[in-house]
Design a protein around this ligand. Sequence first.
Ligand SMILES: [Zn+2]
Length: 284
Amino acid sequence: MIHGYIPPHRFLPYLSWTEISALPDRENTVVVLPVGAIEQHGPHLPCSVDSVISSGVIGKALEKLPAEIRAFGMAPITYGKSDEHLHFPGTMTLTGPTLLATIIELGESVYRAGFRKFLMPNGHGGQPQVLEMAAREMRLRHGDFLVIPYHVSRLPNASGKYVSDEEKRLAMHAGHSETALMMALAPDTVHMERAVANIPPPFPSKILSADGRPACAWTARDFGPSGIIGDPLGATREQGLHILDTLSDSWVTAITDIFRMQWLVREEQSWGYGHQTGHIQAAL
Ligand SMILES: [Zn+2]
């Protein structure tokens, strides 16, 4: 079966159309689309990292979610926009417009099924711009559609306890916390004997980049031959399990908030492309 990390009882594709059409409270039910990528992550990690982490963290959160909070996981998007890694074999990339169209077309399918709350936790740092454009487009098409793109690792979690300050500042790819999370979620795919540290020099303008991250466009090859941008050497499975546990707890809180929030007043006129009745009122 194809649910992967998503618990089967929360996996939307395992329902029949009649079961979906009979679901109670579809307006508030949160439909979650994990978005990943298949791209090189150095010699020590598999190319599937971003897909494993987005599905793995959300799967753990859906496992823990109290039964009364209505939410389903979709089959994840495993291919993303990874063209900054295309020099390395194993990177399988869509172009930005293809990913944009894919997300919007899936969002339209979610809306057509009667759902009005759509969450997209994304595991790949090279594509939040595409998800934000897709989310805005869906909002313009539908006044009563709550669409939330978010980086899957950006909620509070324990990684700050383990990761060095330099790593926090500059690590972007295949570094400490991604490696630890992979040791927790897919330990057989991690080969620490091949791991190397590769911290890029800070960007040479403090005013353009206070934390030293590159303010210019880059590709992974700009930082060296390994494909790693960060320092994975201190990562352990115990840290990964702790990060996974705390990060999935945060997603339980986020999904619960989304399920309960009444952000839209549907009687009011709003703005968008056409005949819409959504209107932003207040948070929570
Ligand atoms: Zn990654």
